[in-house]
Design a protein around this ligand. Structure first.
Ligand SMILES: [Zn+2]
Length: 526
């Protein structure tokens, strides 16, 4: 793509993204992420810093054996050390050993870093940039030069900051990328600086690398593009050091739907939510429900005027059609729910009901009673769907728990946890009540295992169902540990996830109710 409005998307989830707290990928995970990004149409995938850790070495070894359809894999590193020839620098040699078509190196822009951190002269720093770029170009690589702390350096000494970019251009860099490494820049000022940099290094194209420290990583990236930058570096779901990098799952749809720019992945934006959530899964993170475009709440409306209007004309309360990014409209229930919002919610779940029927009146009565007892259907779609289909479709239970008992033992000296559960259960199609016993580290796990034992081969679809997240809170204040406990449970089967709820003064019973609804929901597919 050579048009003036085409942008290249550079993903650094696997390098800068892994600097984020709680984010860790094995080399094999990294390959999986790279494959997903490649099939999505991401242009550059930065795999890591070869030589910085053994995991990244393994990644590049594995990546050598793969063919990527569209993306170019890049290895990341730094300019040569001071007072050393580029060809003698071991770190640059390691970058070449990664055998990637593209190498991205960062160098210093800010004189504070040149003199205080590198402890070298401004002239030697310029030579380090130019030599390193030239050395990698001569080895046949596409070279992307990341100007670290570009904006802080520019604030301090604009002339020197621009000199560093020109040194990279002189060395033959294919791209010069302006990094807001500390994430402190503001939009209007940054845009002016980007404009100036684009003019100074022309015809070498410019990229943006922004961080989200002021909550505007995406805004800074988009402002840079509007000032002439043609590459955006960022991470999926905004992973990254401190509060993260510019979030590509927001940048991409904004570039496409709001600003009209083109990029290879734009044709796959309707798979964006799935991509983002599958990467969260590999990172072992719960997807952020408030993420723009792709979050569960991004197109959620509470019952009432908004929900009504959004259902009639989605444009009335939604900035884009949710399907464009693979998301969907959701109608939330609140305790003010009336017949029409319950009917809307039911329609969303594929159940047609008449909002004025007597069945609906009795359903709402039941719903309100249960909400008063602590069940929270607003955030537990799956429990709501189970309740709806039992009420309106007369769905019967595939199993019935007659009774259960759990015992927990904790041996404090050697930190041993053992819980045992005994369940008495009636499974559909079987004459007798079954009694099963199972153990786990905790009582809910033991119950789950005992239930599955009792199910035997009856419900093969439950085999892949797994607990993903679990939240507990108390509902009444003033009762202390005697309060009613509300449990919200997120389950998944590898393809989709669903929330269920439970409420009881006994935390095990509340958990059991949420677990039961999770099984029942999955069995509704029958
Ligand atoms: Zn960064």
């Amino acid at each position: 793509m050579k048009d003036a409005d085409s942008i290249l998307i550079y993903d650094t989830t696997l390098r800068d993204g892994t600097q984020g707290e709680g984010i860790s990928f094995s080399a094999e995970d990294k390959i999986l992420v790279a494959e997903k990004l490649d099939s999505f149409g991401i242009d550059y995938i930065e795999g890591g810093w070869p030589g910085s850790n053994p995991r990244d070495m393994v990644f590049f070894d594995l990546a050598k054996k793969k063919t990527f359809k569209h993306a170019k894999i890049t290895a990341f590193g730094s300019t040569r050390r001071a007072n050393l020839k580029a060809e003698d620098d071991p770190q640059l040699a390691t970058l070449l050993e990664a055998e990637t078509p593209v190498v991205t190196i960062f160098g210093k822009t800010w004189l504070l870093h040149v003199t205080e951190v590198l402890r070298t002269t401004p002239e030697e720093n310029l030579a380090m940039i130019e030599d390193s770029v030239r050395f990698l170009k001569e080895a046949g690589r596409e070279v992307i030069y990341d100007a670290e702390h570009f904006f802080d350096g520019f604030k301090d000494n604009p002339e020197y900051a621009l000199k560093t970019l020109k040194a990279a251009a002189k060395g033959g860099a294919d791209w010069v990328v302006l990094c807001d490494t500390n994430g402190g820049s503001q939009v209007t000022w940054l845009q002016g600086v980007v404009k100036q940099a684009v003019e100074e290094v022309s015809p070498v194209p410019v990229g943006m690398h922004c961080h989200n420290d002021c909550g505007i990583g995406v805004a800074l990236s988009l402002a840079g593009v509007e000032a002439g930058a043609r590459m955006v570096q960022g991470t999926q779901n905004g992973y990254g050091e401190r509060v993260g990098n510019a979030n590509l799952t927001t940048v991409m749809p904004s570039l496409c739907f709001k600003l009209g720019y083109h990029f290879a992945a734009e044709q796959n934006l309707e798979k964006l939510s799935r991509l983002a959530h599958s990467i969260d899964k590999l990172a072992n993170l719960v997807p952020d429900s408030k993420a723009p475009y792709i979050g569960r709440s991004a197109f959620a409306h509470k019952g009432g005027v908004h929900a009504n209007a959004a259902q009639k004309v989605s444009r009335s309360y939604e900035h884009i059609e949710p399907e464009l990014v693979g998301n969907r409209q959701r109608i939330l229930l609140s305790d003010m729910a009336g017949g029409s919002s319950v009917a809307m919610k039911a329609g969303e779940l594929g159940i047609e009901v008449d909002p004025k029927s007597s069945e609906m009146r009795s359903f709402i009565k039941r719903l309100k009673e249960r909400e008063a007892r602590g069940y929270e259907y607003e955030n537990a779609d799956a429990s709501f769907q189970v309740l709806l289909s039992r009420h309106f479709h007369g769905t019967t239970d595939n199993f019935k728990l007659v009774s259960y008992r759990t015992i927990s033992e904790v041996v404090r000296d050697n930190h041993e946890n053992i819980s045992e559960a005994v369940v008495k259960i009636r499974v559909e199609g079987e004459e007798d009540i079954k009694i099963t016993v199972a153990e786990s580290t905790g009582p809910v796990g033991a119950l789950d295992h005992a239930m599955r034992l009792a199910f035997g081969a009856h419900f093969p679809e439950l085999r892949n169902v797994q607990l993903i997240d679990y939240k507990v809170r108390i509902l009444q204040t003033g009762l202390g540990t005697d309060s009613v406990v509300q449990v919200l449970m997120l389950s998944g089967d590898g393809e989709k996830t669903w929330w269920t709820c439970g409420a009881n003064p006994n935390i095990i019973e509340a958990s059991w109710q949420a677990l039961r609804d999770s099984y029942r929901y999955k069995l509704l597919e029958r």
